[in-house]
Ligand binder design. Structure first.
Ligand code: GAL
Length: 800
């Protein structure tokens, strides 16, 4: 292939061309067969798959398995199975695609995939997080049946420090284009000039010619606003040699661009059309957002000229009970919870995330730190990516940048998290090499890395001089010294906190203590594997949420922070041993139910007026209870027990909560926040009586019958007066009928060893969550929940 570069100036003329769909993008997730184990003979078209399971992708076989103390994946991956598996699909390629380029796109396969078409290997891809694709055109039988087989090998364990899942866990598409088309990830859009009046958009477009002859073509790129109205246009002509890629640059002037920011994430898109004469032969869309940002060594981060603290959370890629299965509805739910908390940034820990995640960060207004690696050449666990480093890191990094560089949400490239090479001199050359790769593909964002070593002489990644932005993990005690120590450097707390909490569990008084032990030392936590949800238990390397936030909040030079983590994730329940199988670090639990500290962040980060009190109000008579309140937009909070005032309190200096010690008596605990004497908010918690009713609350009233859409139903145990029974642990059985199927259950308890795929779930501290997915039928869904000794409850969800 020849790669030629031409630059063509903007043309303003409006041309009229025939409009038709020139690129076919098909959902390729349906009608696959799957079998665990190794089945190399499945690549043959005459192979008998009668004992293979039929399924729809995305799929993760690990999440379907049982927890096993002796699993090879170990605790880091939540004691779930891995192994090998094969996927197979027979499909017909229309005869009239003969003159097209047909390719397959995988958004992510964990891991070591090998893809075969009609018995022929198309290639391997070790990296389980990378998006990749293959040209099928030379091998497909047009107008006839074809067989795709995908081998997935996640057998060599342990290979990760967190849960990865196994299988084709992200979407797959079939793409058919004409022989002249925009190449895969073939556009690169930058906004050279942005002001309120004007913007200049530069687009580099790789046009690909799969023909054996030269071709004249015309390229029209149209900027469309969010209502799909054309607001600017660039037109170029070119002549592309046979079998080559030609890079075309278009510069488009735009007037009065609406800026993208975290509160109004205004998105445009660029529709690029390729014409052969007047015939439309390809269309390709690229997201576009106008924003500018700056990291400053003294003033921190600014977005569009506005000083903006990065209120970030780190997220792993799993979707709780769905495992690694990617689903845009699951991602939207996660991000909505984070947005409502006031978070404005996401760190893609510690690897490329899905297309849906990137798309939603653009749409919902998150600042993204996009991260490529958790290991380089030096391993963290026996079979991790270090084994593939030499052969694959260059291509993986390039593909990652090419895939994600048009997302306006992405504002930092992280080349690695807590990389071992920071401690030895080999780190210098590798950092420089990686930064160079990034810069060769994108110069508009800083290159960063999440570092742990703040002694300059010991940190070789820093010494490379190749980082534009220094990320530090867990250095809350030292931030104050950074402006002098790292003079002139731009600094971000790339990871912080790692406090531990179990939703709805509260240890009182002397039982509340900072996590006292070193990693791996004998267990001395609670016998039931819970951790108190007062924000007072932390890992020895971390800080409580409050300790950390105080240090970030008060340092202007600090661009912001990414909290470890927004959600609990499967695996890494450090420092708890088996049966703990999911992390305690989340602000929200694995089921998606917020822990109390969620409201501390909401009171600090969001514009919402907040008053939240904890704990619940079911204790032993006369027991001394710590009552905490998170609040904002008020001067004081007064607490009442059964109508009697327990006093007014207000936050002093840098306090982030207020607290009372209260002798328990059953009844009503009520908090009232006031500003200038006027009531702002009131909050009541009542002592709950006996469990009496299963309450079902769906997060949507209707879903689509598209086999993907999800509805999350929160199940709560209430007493006869509608109060949450905070210690209810009843087993609830579920039955789903109509247009949905149950795809996951979870109660957020880190040591729950029941299957995420069961038709029942034990409540944990009064609650659990059921996930129902459209099964394609156009019938309304009914969820029926039953528990011993109680009347069944039902809820209906429309399907349309
Ligand atoms: C960090 C690491 C994260 C996670 C966290 C747990 O050091 O970067 O991936 O392991 O610790 O506290």
């Amino acid at each position: 292939m020849i790669l030629k570069k031409i630059t063509i100036a903007l043309l303003f003329s409006v041309s009229v061309f025939a409009q038709k769909q020139a690129r076919i993008v098909e959902d390729f997730n349906k009608n696959w067969n799957f079998k665990l184990g190794d089945h190399p003979e499945a690549i043959n078209s005459n192979f008998n798959i009668s004992d293979w399971r039929a399924l729809q992708l995305p799929h993760d076989w690990s999440i379907e398995g049982a927890f096993d103390k002796d699993a090879k994946t170990k605790q880091a991956q939540g004691f779930l199975p891995a192994g090998k598996g094969w996927y197979r699909k027979v499909f017909t390629v229309p005869a009239n695609w003969k003159n097209k380029t047909v390719s397959i796109e995988f958004d992510g396969v964990f891991k070591n995939s090998e893809v075969f078409i009609n018995g022929k290997s198309l290639g391997i891809r070790p990296n389980g997080y990378i998006s990749f694709g293959y040209d099928l055109s030379p091998y497909v039988n047009y107008g006839q049946a074809n067989t795709i087989a995908v081998k997935v090998d996640n057998d060599a364990q342990p290979n990760s420090r967190w849960y990865t899942g196994s299988g084709i866990y992200r979407n797959v598409r079939l793409v058919a284009t004409n022989k002249i088309h925009v190449a895969k990830w073939g556009t690169y859009v930058t906004t050279r000039i942005i002001s309120k009046e004007k913007a200049v958009v530069d687009i580099d477009i790789d046009v690909k010619n799969d023909l054996t002859k030269n071709k004249l073509f015309k390229l029209v790129s149209t900027v469309l606003d969010k209502n799909n109205i054309e607001v600017a246009k660039g037109i170029s002509d070119g002549n592309i040699p046979a079998n080559s890629i030609l890079q075309v640059r278009q510069n488009i002037n735009m007037e009065n661009p609406i800026l993208w920011d975290t509160e109004n994430p205004y998105l445009y898109k660029i529709s690029t059309k390729v014409y052969d004469g007047s015939t439309l032969i390809d269309t390709y869309e690229t997201p576009l957002g106008f924003r500018f940002f700056n990291f400053d060594s003294e003033k921190g981060f600014s977005l569009n000229g506005v000083p903006t603290k990065i209120y970030g959370v780190c997220l792993h890629h799993d979707n709780g009970a769905l495992g690694a299965v990617e689903n845009i509805h699951a991602v939207r739910r996660k991000l909505t919870l984070m947005k409502e908390m006031g978070a404005n940034a996401i760190r893609m820990s510690h690897n490329p995330h899905s297309l849906e995640m990137m798309q939603l960060c653009d749409e919902m207004g998150f600042i993204v730190q996009d991260e490529a690696f958790d290991v380089w050449k030096k391993k963290k666990v026996t079979n991790d990516y270090h084994k593939d480093w030499d052969a694959w890191h260059k291509q993986d990094l390039e593909d990652f940048i090419k895939r994600d560089r048009n997302h306006p949400s992405v504002m930092m490239w992280s080349i690695g998290n807590e990389i071992r090479e920071q401690f030895d001199s080999t780190g210098i050359a590798i950092t420089r090499e990686l930064a160079k790769i990034v810069k060769s593909l994108d110069t508009t964002r800083p290159v960063t890395s999440a570092l742990t070593e703040n002694l300059i002489e010991k940190n070789f990644i820093y010494q490379s001089g190749a980082l534009d932005l220094l990320g530090f993990n867990y250095k809350h005690e030292d931030y104050k010294d950074f402006p002098t120590k790292f003079k002139g450097q731009k600094i971000l707390a790339s990871e912080s906190v790692s406090a531990l909490e179990t939703r709805g569990h509260y240890d009182q008084s002397d039982a509340i203590k900072a996590w006292p032990i070193k990693h791996g030392a004998p267990f001395d936590g609670n016998a039931d594997w819970t951790v108190s949800a007062y924000d007072q238990v932390k890992s020895y390397w971390g800080a409580t949420h409050e300790e950390n936030w105080k240090t970030i909040k008060s340092q202007d030079f600090m661009a912001g922070t990414f909290i470890w983590t927004g959600f609990d994730y499967i695996g890494e329940p450090d420092p708890y041993p088996y049966p703990a199988r999911s992390s305690y670090f989340g602000i929200v639990d694995l089921a998606g139910l917020p822990k109390d500290v969620y409201y501390m962040y909401q009171s600090e980060w969001s514009k919402k007026t907040v008053l939240h009190i904890l704990p619940h109000w079911n204790w032993i008579k006369d027991q001394e209870i710590n009552v905490w309140a998170y609040y904002n937009n008020a001067d004081e909070v007064e607490l009442f027990l059964n109508g009697k005032s327990l006093g007014k309190k207000s936050k002093q200096s840098d306090d982030l909560h207020i607290e009372w010690k209260v002798k328990f008596e059953p009844g009503t605990l009520k908090a009232v926040s006031r500003k200038a004497g006027k009531v702002v908010l009131e909050k009541e918690i009542k002592t709950a009586g006996k469990a009496s009713k299963i309450d079902l609350k769906a997060d949507k009233t209707s879903i689509k019958n598209d086999t993907y859409d999800l509805v999350y139903v929160t199940v709560s145990m209430l007493d006869k007066d509608g109060n949450l029974v905070p210690n209810a642990m009843d087993l609830i059985n579920f039955e789903v009928t109509g247009g949905g199927k149950l795809v996951g259950v979870d109660n957020g308890y880190q040591a729950n060893l029941e299957s995420f795929k069961a038709n029942s779930c034990k409540l944990f501290n009064g609650k659990c969550v059921v996930i129902i997915q459209s099964n394609g039928k156009s019938e309304n869904i009914q969820l029926k929940a039953t528990a011993s000794g109680l009347q069944a409850s039902t809820i209906k969800v429309e399907v349309n």
